[in-house]
Design a protein around this ligand. Structure first.
Ligand SMILES: Cc1cc2nc3c(=O)[nH]c(=O)nc-3n(C[C@H](O)[C@H](O)[C@H](O)COP(=O)(O)OP(=O)(O)OC[C@H]3O[C@@H](n4cnc5c(N)ncnc54)[C@H](O)[C@@H]3O)c2cc1C
Length: 445
């Protein structure tokens, strides 16, 4: 099988032995790796993405992109015209108790006053959009599929990624820097932090799927129903079909069980039967939402443990940096895994503009993000924005007539404001912040 690395080098090829144009090597062509490739292209830095799978496919189900990440996509030229084609602008975030009564609701995106919307969309569609855009802008040589990065070596002025191809070839690829966006099971992180503990699982299991359904509430609402340890989250990731009125509703059904046996695997694509778990949600029919019917309406369901990794003290080793889930895989309670991967890419791009293709740039990136985002990983472990459900459980066992008597509005609002500030979602701060990367900025321009 051709590896692509034996192609002749030419002007447009990022693979060159000249020291001035050695590419930045990116391990992983997921959301983070592809956002970084587009960022590097924007600022005039050659790069090559080394992706383990032989073909990029639209895998996963729904995710949310927060306004801080949407802003960065807009700055990459992927604006509302483009994103509206693959997702839906979210307008509300709400929590509902096990009795079907509202606990908390707040506007999201433009409705909340952000200058950029929040998008609910299909993870695979977003990855395909980024992939197509990389191919269009950087050319096909910029992505090497079937190239698994297994580790790295470095000298004072360069880095070598060790790579294994699908047909078993091993090769060394040289670059100026290596950025590992190789996800939850990052090989580069394992080498950088050889004593890191195994994956951490707190006991929550998520079943994920999509079902055609009538949108509820305002039609673009993210709704969490139930208690902290037994809940369903749902939101539409498409507008309603004009003929049927049905939208694609993404849902996550979740319970928390005893975690003493541990769960060391994390495979986003493990399929399970609906009958394996639907009994946990029998009777969850509130009239305005029939949870069992929604779960049964899915063509396929994926099971995934809610896992993360203990934060590491640094994401950088000389000319090598971690990005996205490789740096900070976190519980998806705050809908910020993909958003943070995109923001990482932009912050790294800004650091390269300031410091060149140097270890100092990677250190600046690390200094800017590692401590704060590591704290966010731990905060999400403590239930993130769903923490209000925990307060309701604690104070009334989840059963209430008047939520004001259980968690007053001021307390609910203060809780959410603290979470959003920590996650980088604070409205005024984001709206007033200068662009991460100035339009037209180029390295060595
Ligand atoms: C198949 C899949 C499905 C997902 N589904 C969901 C979902 O439904 N909901 C949700 O919230 N999150 C999902 N995620 C996780 C979500 O995409 C990430 O949390 C987030 O987008 C951060 O992106 P990332 O680029 O850091 O990691 P990822 O999006 O996980 O991308 C990592 C990429 O690196 C590649 N890779 C892995 N190891 C190597 C290696 N050694 N060398 C080279 N390449 C490597 C992977 O094939 C992948 O393309 C999924 C991830 C994957 C890979």
């Amino acid at each position: 099988m051709p590896t692509g690395l034996d192609r002749p080098l030419n002007e447009n090829s990022p693979m060159t032995s000249s020291p001035d144009t050695r590419p930045v090597l990116i391990a992983g062509g997921g959301i983070g790796g592809l956002a970084l490739a587009l960022t590097l292209h924007q600022i005039g830095v050659p790069c090559v993405v080394l992706e383990a799978v032989p073909a990029i496919q639209p895998l996963g189900v729904g995710i949310n992109l927060q306004p801080n990440a949407v802003r960065e996509l807009y700055d990459l030229g992927l604006d509302a015209d483009v994103l509206d084609r693959i997702g839906l602008q979210a307008r509300e975030w709400a929590l509902v108790g096990r009795n079907g009564s509202e606990i908390y609701a707040e506007p999201r995106g433009l409705q909340a006053g952000y200058r950029w919307p929040q998008y609910s969309l299909h993870r695979g569609e977003l990855q395909m959009l980024l992939y197509r855009t990389v191919l269009e802008r950087l050319g096909t040589d910029a992505i090497r599929l079937g190239h698994r990065v297994t580790g790295y070596r470095q000298t004072d002025d360069g880095v070598t990624a060790t790579v294994e191809t699908r047909d078993g070839q091993r090769m060394d690829i040289e670059g100026s820097l290596l950025v590992a966006a190789d996800g939850l099971h990052s090989a580069v992180r394992a080498q950088m932090h050889p004593t890191q503990p195994p994956i951490q699982w707190g006991g929550a299991i998520m079943w994920r799927g999509t079902t055609p359904g009538l949108p509820i509430r305002g039609g673009a609402s993210f709704v969490g129903v139930g208690s902290l340890k037994h809940r369903v989250v749902l939101y539409p990731i498409s507008p309603p079909d004009p003929t049927t009125g049905l939208a694609t509703i993404n849902w996550i059904a979740e319970i928390t069980v005893d975690n003493s046996q541990g769960w060391t695997q994390g495979d986003w694509n493990r399929r399970v039967a609906i009958d394996d778990f639907i009994h946990h949600f029998e009777g969850w029919d509130f009239g305005w939402l029939d949870v069992p019917a929604m779960l049964r309406g899915a063509k396929e369901v994926f099971e995934y443990p809610m896992i993360d990794r203990d934060p590491v003290p640094t994401w950088v080793d000389g000319r090598v940096a971690l990005l996205g889930d490789a740096a900070h895989v976190m519980y998806p309670v705050g809908s910020n895994g993909a958003s943070q991967a995109i923001v990482d890419a932009r912050v790294l791009g800004a650091a390269l503009l300031n410091h060149g293709l140097t270890p100092a740039a990677l250190k600046a990136y690390d200094d800017k993000l590692c401590a704060d985002i590591s704290a966010l990983v731990l905060r999400n472990r403590g239930s993130g924005p769903f923490g209000i459900l925990g307060l309701v459980d604690e104070r009334c066992g989840g059963v209430f007539d008047d939520i004001e008597q259980v968690v007053p509005a001021a307390e609910r609002e203060a809780y959410m404001a603290r979470y959003k500030a920590a996650a980088g979602f604070a409205i005024e701060t984001l709206n007033a912040a200068p662009s991460t990367i100035e339009a037209g900025a180029r390295l060595n321009a």
